[in-house]
Design a protein around this ligand. Structure first.
Ligand SMILES: [Fe+2]
Ligand SMILES: [Fe+2]
Length: 261
């Protein structure tokens, strides 16, 4: 099974490059399952019903997220009724939605996706992501071998630790949230594909996808400034993971970076 994972889609520029290039990537890598992190898809902050519907119509199998999932209030309702839209699984018990999805590819092959959020420099009231992953995987149906974990975390060390913690137990641990791609993709000895950060899908003439002039006013002049998603030539950042669905082990992981002309 070839699984495509697309890093944090930021704003209109990110959605534009994603929808333009997705059919090309699908064909080139013979993609079976598409997972997209959409936490920044709505102007940099959260997701709307319109974006969710468009994503599903264009063939995205699962939408993962992170700390921005509830930036738009409607997401509380969306995660409750659409199980393909994930919020971090380690929110406190009782939070609407789930970060654990089990489904099938178009070819009828089972797969699962787990979305967890890191604890270092992140939202302090979430449950431990390691314990959360352990508990979620304990409930995995035996016939499901292909499992991808989106570890949405600030520090590379925490994401790397998650990779080693789950090595041999899941097909892939991919890092998101920092929006800057890392060049450390590899398959760990137990068969788990790993990368510290997939990178974002959006405008790179920016500060992690946001309008750089506004960020600079905030950081340099210390003025209150409402951030917004940057406009301009965009890049799609993703990884393709080749998974043996008989064992769940990955055969390879490769980075994909496609820039608009
Ligand atoms: Fe993000
Ligand atoms: Fe994030």
């Amino acid at each position: 099974m070839n699984m495509l994972f697309v890093g944090d889609v930021v704003g209109e520029a990110g959605r534009r490059v994603l929808w333009e290039r997705l059919p090309i990537v699908r064909a080139r890598f013979k993609i079976d399952v598409v997972v997209v992190n959409i936490e920044n898809a709505a102007g940099g902050f959260g997701v709307t019903e319109k974006i969710l519907r468009e994503s599903l119509e264009r063939g995205v199998d699962v939408l993962s997220s992170g700390n921005h999932i509830f930036d738009k209030r409607e997401a509380l309702d969306l995660v409750a009724r659409e199980r393909r839209l994930l919020r971090p699984h380690n929110y406190p018990a009782g939070t609407p939605g789930s970060g654990w999805y089990v489904g099938e590819s178009a070819q009828g092959e089972p797969f699962a996706v787990l979305n967890v959020m890191g604890s270092a420099f992140m939202h302090p009231v979430l449950d431990c992501p390691f314990a959360c992953a352990q508990a979620a995987l304990a409930q995995k149906p035996a016939q499901v071998k292909a499992v991808l974990v989106d570890c949405h975390a600030e520090t590379t060390s925490e994401k790397m630790a998650m990779g080693w913690f789950l090595d041999g137990r899941v097909s892939a641990v991919v890092g998101t949230h920092t929006h800057v791609p890392t060049a450390d993709e590899r398959v760990l000895p137990g068969g788990t594909a790993y990368i510290s950060d997939v990178g974002m899908t959006g405008c790179y003439d920016s500060v992690i996808g946001m309008n750089k002039e506004k960020v600079l006013r905030r950081m340099v002049q210390k003025l209150p400034e409402r951030l917004e998603a940057a406009e301009g030539r965009a890049t799609l950042c993703a990884v393709v993971i080749d998974i043996d669905t008989k064992t769940g082990a990955s055969r390879g992981i490769q980075r994909v970076s496609l820039r608009e002309d």
